[in-house]
Ligand binder design. Structure first.
Ligand code: NAP
Length: 484
């Protein structure tokens, strides 16, 4: 396929690319250069209405399409994503600021995996039956209908497809909105879906901001389920609208994840992965571990090695292969992170490395870059250790016992994920069972099996994505009881 990305991208409704009804557009900024390089539709409730009409017209046929036909189309979408990896990766990097090598190695391959995985899920999904005395129950799992999928900017196509693929596989029609900050890969996905033969109206992609376009999706009475990934604050707002309408809700929200390092860990593996889990994607992954807890006996050794290794991370133009750290996604987010570092200093934190913005020379001199930052001397109850920063900023704290490690780890309102480093498997299992989070990694980080339940507890969300959990979310169970 040949992709021309116009300066002004369009919504994808009923299989056609079209302007927003208002005629209004929003600037799209490349965060590595700080320059406007495109415009995106500023869609509102009128565009959502139009998309719902299209989805409604397509629903009867799509929900009755054989699973094999759905498999073929979704699998074709996966193939076309792979074939267009270079163009999609470049679009992702220009929108988001992440290194191009990362877009190529992680974001785009995962987007095709999502479609491939849920294409096969459509073929394998089954429902239950329950025999009882004198009769039997069988459960039908039918598509919900029209569903809304709203995703964030940090892993744009990766998370967008993570929602859309299971929704389509289960036979729903979808109204989807990517973040206004990273819209282009979603625009290109629409072209791919058209080429793959996805019928018109089955997937409609609208661009615009959260409060107008996103909320119009959440509020629409014909949209029966909302799958949302983003901040806890926006999740709270969405829940306040959707819950009284009795919509199905899946909320994947913020995190403040602990990385618990015991003295008996595999040192090299732990250090390598701790650099990744602290600063991967400039710390802008919901699963990044922003609170590092270290057993006191190895605290000084860890601090020295970790600071030394962090200082070696090259910050620079995301298009250059040697850049380990790219740009922060937007000016607003850049300013938020710098403000969080100031707060950490005022709270008494010591900056061990980083803490400042960076201005690379050349093309990126006006981009939004921040040094990877390590802070110590802050206890569990300060703002820095309680609130999500979502940037290249971590704190380190020592602990003296398993109980103290658990108390520090659980001392936040969030509960998305946790990483534990120890060779003592009994200790690891004990900590895993007591930790308040939906996901636990032992001696690894970001190891993903798409069949596993994915999601958080406490303020990190409601519900689970992945595997059968996603297929169940995007279907309604109807029990049928037969008496013999
Ligand atoms: P965000 O501001 O909450 O936005 C997420 C998406 O929701 C965007 O498409 C946004 O649109 C839209 N939105 C915002 N307000 C809305 C509203 N009132 N109604 C409907 N839609 C609305 O989050 P973000 O800054 O993009 O992403 C970072 C956050 O996502 C972090 O908190 C991170 O932890 C979280 N996250 C969680 C997971 C997980 O799996 N738990 C994964 C990745 C990220 P616009 O951006 O266009 O305004």
């Amino acid at each position: 396929m040949h992709f021309d990305i116009p300066f002004q991208i369009e919504n994808y409704i009923n299989g056609k690319f079209q302007h927003p009804i208002s005629g209004s557009f929003i600037d799209n900024v490349n965060p590595a250069t700080g320059k406007v390089y495109g415009k995106i539709p500023n869609s509102n409730d009128e565009d959502v209405d139009k998309a719902v009409v299209a989805a409604n017209a397509a629903l009867k046929s799509w929900s009755a399409t054989s699973t094999e036909s759905r498999f073929k189309i979704l699998n074709k979408i996966a193939e076309l994503i792979d074939e267009n990896l270079e163009a999609l990766a470049l679009a992702e990097t220009n929108d988001n600021g992440k290194p191009l090598w990362l877009s190529k190695e992680v974001d785009i391959p995962r987007a095709s995996s999502n479609f491939r995985f849920f294409a096969t899920a459509a073929m394998q999904f089954s429902s239950e039956s329950h025999a009882m005395e004198g009769g039997i129950n069988y459960t039908l799992r039918q598509p919900v209908g029209i569903v809304g999928c709203i995703s964030p900017w940090n892993l744009p196509l990766y998370l967008f497809t993570w929602k859309i693929a299971p929704a389509l596989a289960a036979g729903n029609c979808v109204i989807a909105k990517p973040s206004e900050t990273t819209p282009v890969s979603a625009y290109l996905l629409a072209k791919i879906c058209k080429e793959a033969g996805l019928p018109d109206g089955v997937l409609n992609i609208l661009h615009g901001d959260g409060p107008s376009c996103g909320e119009a999706i959440v509020k629409h009475p014909s949209i029966k389920a909302i799958s949302f990934t983003g901040s806890t604050k926006a999740g709270e707002r969405i829940a306040s609208i959707a819950a009284p309408m009795f919509k199905k809700l899946s909320l994947e929200l913020g995190g403040k994840n602990p990385n618990i390092i015991f003295a008996d860990c595999d040192w090299d593996k732990m250090i390598y992965n701790t650099i990744r889990s602290s600063f991967g994607n400039q710390g802008q992954i919901c699963l990044c571990c922003s609170r590092i807890l270290i057993e006191a006996s190895i605290y000084e050794r860890f601090k020295m090695t970790f600071v030394e290794r962090t200082k070696k991370l090259t910050i620079g133009d995301p298009l250059v292969d040697s850049s380990k750290q790219g740009a922060i996604v937007s000016k607003v987010h850049f300013e938020k992170i710098i403000n969080c570092i100031d707060i950490a200093k005022k709270e008494g934190g010591t900056i061990l490395c980083g803490g400042k913005s960076v201005s690379p020379s050349g093309r990126c001199e006006n981009g939004y870059f921040i040094e990877p930052t390590i802070i110590e001397n802050l206890g569990p109850n300060c703002k820095t250790n309680k609130e999500e920063i979502f940037g290249p900023v971590v704190t380190i704290q020592p602990f003296h016992s398993v109980e103290e490690a658990l108390a520090l780890a659980n001392a936040t309102d969030y509960g998305l994920s946790c990483t534990i480093w120890t060779q003592d498997i009994a200790k690891a299992n004990h900590v895993a069972s007591k930790i308040e989070s939906g996901i636990v990694w032992i001696n690894c980080w970001l190891q993903r099996d798409l069949r596993t339940p994915f999601g958080g507890v406490k303020n990190s969300g409601v519900g689970r994505e992945g595997g059968l959990e996603a297929m169940r979310f995007f279907t309604e169970a109807k029990n049928v009881c037969i008496q013999y």
